[in-house]
Design a protein around this ligand. Structure first.
Ligand code: SF4
Ligand code: MSK
Length: 628
């Protein structure tokens, strides 16, 4: 790593005072204290039974198998597959929660919630083959059918039918079409337990089926039903950085992934009674800000400011200005209550699935949601008076978010028709080289945000339209890349289009589950015509250059299994086995049409992605890309 400033390391444009940084170690100090084990990071440490744990070295006699005889390839493939199963379960359990809330809303059992996007409900009903006119009746049938996808034992999950026909056929031939979300995860866990599946290709086959159950199942269900319940995002302007916290207002930070309770908290923050209480406590108002993917959910639909991404969750508390942080599930650091002890911040856990010692537990249920939202705000207001010294980094940065697939369809389609035709035409005639999804986390092993933004800048300079989600999107926003003015650093073809339409060259499409929007956008490009018959033929690729979560493995694997080249930065979790890595980097392409690569250097990663787009363009016999 090159010499770096504190702000490079933490991803904050201006960090809090040294005194506050020294109060307790943060993720950055803890990362330096830990040396990753090469067996663990290379995927060849097995702890599937208590004859081990076994740490295996591929090709070294005497150490090349575990106690049971498992090879490095088998162990690395199992570990990779288990990461996929864990990632799938996280997104899909989120999807299940949304589906249950959706059904409860349709049945009138969830006070405070309503069907907001009836048009999308009807579109989904058509896709699912559900007939009828009555909104409530349609919603119940849609909810029931999608809920059944989680426990389905035979057949295919519903949204598989949304993929291009050629892709569906390939999945069936390869044997990876998911039956039911839960079934695939359970089978993956079974196959990777001691003494079951030992063939790395067979394990990766099931990992692909599991991951597809995430992308085209759990995640897609979460995105679509959230849109119907909370509204399909449309472009809006907002702000990012720790500077969005307000010294004069009650600051309530929402962190995690599930937007059900945050939606009501955002509404309740406008409640006159609560605003009066805030004033009575000396604050001028109630300020809601977000961290991680919950941030992106309420940003996309309400323009709520983003305080930071995954690596800034502790730093937000260290400003001394966060009166309450409400967290639900995923990417929530267990250290939060320890950090909060140095300040006045109250940490509240709201999911019955996730308690953290030292945090207050206030469980969210459909029935109590409106009252709980108000209770959470009341506690934040009451805690405002307990603040000590406050040190909020100055400055905020503007961004545009809210690019759902529907918006792209509308904005690029023009004023009078919704269509991907103009986007396809721009790709065909070489003004846009192709589309790359840059997504995923940040990781304290590297400078926060640097790899994301260097990669994105290089891609847009080469006329690549970038779609982004999650913490990658927050990194882009902080680098001022999510505003229309960023088109000035894009290649001439992409710049011309962005300036004509008034959009940034990097489109913020939402949270981690919203990577399913990218699947749908790529599918639309196929269906529009002229760019091949399958996702593997379109000039599209993906990358998670600063990944850390198992969810990133699952997301990457569902894109690979859908026919797309996907790059990881930081490192790759099977490097301890050349056999498995070679298969994921090359051999799998024969079945999937997509494959993985790993490249920590962002410029080199950009070069590989651009080369891939050009390869796809050449196969389609498209015009040469017009350069600036
Ligand atoms: Fe070791 Fe085999 Fe047990 Fe894994 S399953 S810990 S390789 S003995
Ligand atoms: S929050 S999964 S750190 S993107 Fe979705 Fe960010 Fe990665 Fe969590």
């Amino acid at each position: 790593m090159t010499a770096q400033s504190e702000s490079d390391r933490t991803g904050v444009t201006e960090v809090t005072s040294v005194t506050q940084m020294e109060c307790t170690p943060t993720v950055f100090e803890r990362a330096q204290a830990h040396k990753p084990c090469p067996f663990g990071s290379g995927g060849t440490c097995c702890r599937a039974c208590f004859m081990g744990p076994c740490r295996v070295v591929e090709g070294r006699k005497g150490r090349d198998v575990g106690v049971c005889g498992a090879s490095a390839a088998s162990i690395a493939a199992k570990n990779f597959s288990r990461m996929t199963a864990a990632g799938t379960s996280a997104h899909s359990d989120h999807g299940r929660e949304v589906t249950q809330l959706f059904l409860a809303t349709a049945r009138g059992e969830a006070p405070g919630y309503e069907i907001r996007d009836e048009r999308k409900l009807r579109m989904l009903a058509r896709i699912l083959g559900i007939e009828g006119n009555d909104t409530t009746d349609l919603a119940i049938k849609v909810g029931e059918q999608l809920l059944a996808d989680f426990g389905r034992q035979e057949g295919e999950i519903s949204f598989i039918r949304r993929a291009p026909v050629k892709r569906q056929e390939k999945w069936r031939q390869w044997g990876v079409t998911p039956r039911g979300v839960d079934r695939e995860v359970v089978e993956m866990m079974h196959r990777t337990s001691v003494g079951v599946d030992q063939d790395h290709k067979n394990l990766i086959l099931q990992a692909s089926r599991t991951a597809l159950a995430d992308g085209w199942g759990g995640s897609m269900i979460a995105t679509e039903l959230q849109d119907i319940l909370f509204g399909t995002p449309i472009p809006l302007r907002a702000k990012v950085n720790l500077g969005v916290l307000r010294e004069d207002q009650v600051n309530l930070v929402i962190h995690g992934h599930e937007p059900a309770l945050p939606e009501l908290i955002v509404q309740a923050a406008r409640d006159e009674e609560l605003l009066a209480l805030a004033r009575a406590n000396g604050a001028t108002g109630i300020n809601i800000a977000g961290i991680c993917c919950t941030a992106t959910e309420i940003l996309m639909r309400h323009g709520i400011p983003v305080a930071g991404s995954f690596l800034q969750q502790e730093l937000a508390i260290m400003t001394g200005a966060v009166d309450l942080m409400a967290v639900d599930v995923q990417c929530v650091m267990p250290s939060l209550p320890t950090v909060a002890q140095c300040f006045h911040t109250e940490i509240i856990t709201t999911s019955e699935k996730a308690k953290i010692p030292g945090a207050t537990h206030m469980v969210f249920h459909h029935e109590n949601a409106p009252e709980l939202a108000k209770q959470v705000i009341r506690r934040a207001i009451e805690n405002f008076t307990n603040r000590g010294p406050v040190d909020i980094p100055k400055g905020t940065i503007d961004l545009i978010a809210g690019f759902s697939h529907e918006t792209i369809n509308y904005m690029l389609g023009g004023q009078f028709r919704s269509s991907y035709r103009p986007l396809n035409d721009a790709v065909t005639d070489g003004r846009i080289r192709g589309v790359v999804g840059v997504v995923g986390c940040n990781n304290p092993k590297i400078n926060s945000g640097y790899v994301h933004t260097t990669l994105m800048r290089e891609l847009i300079a080469h006329d690549v339209l970038v779609l982004t989600t999650g913490c990658a999107a927050t990194a882009a926003a902080k680098d001022e890349l999510l505003v229309p003015e960023a088109a000035e650093i894009a290649g001439s073809g992409l710049r011309e289009i962005c300036q004509a339409v008034g959009i940034p060259p990097i489109l913020h499409m939402g949270s981690c589950v919203d990577n399913s929007r990218i699947l749908i956008a790529a599918t639309q490009m196929v269906l529009e015509g002229g760019l091949g018959d399958d996702l593997s033929e379109v000039p599209v690729a993906g990358a998670a250059p600063e990944w850390m979560s198992e969810k990133a493995v699952s997301i990457g694997q569902y894109f690979v299994a859908s026919g797309v080249l996907v790059g990881f930065g930081v490192g790759f979790p099977t490097m301890g086995s050349e056999v498995v890595t070679d298969y994921l980097f090359e051999g799998i392409e024969e079945h999937a049409g997509g494959k993985w690569f790993c490249e920590p250097d962002p410029l080199e990663m950009a070069r590989i992605l651009i080369e891939q787009l050009d390869k796809k363009r050449a196969a389609l016999k498209l015009k040469e890309v017009m350069y600036a």
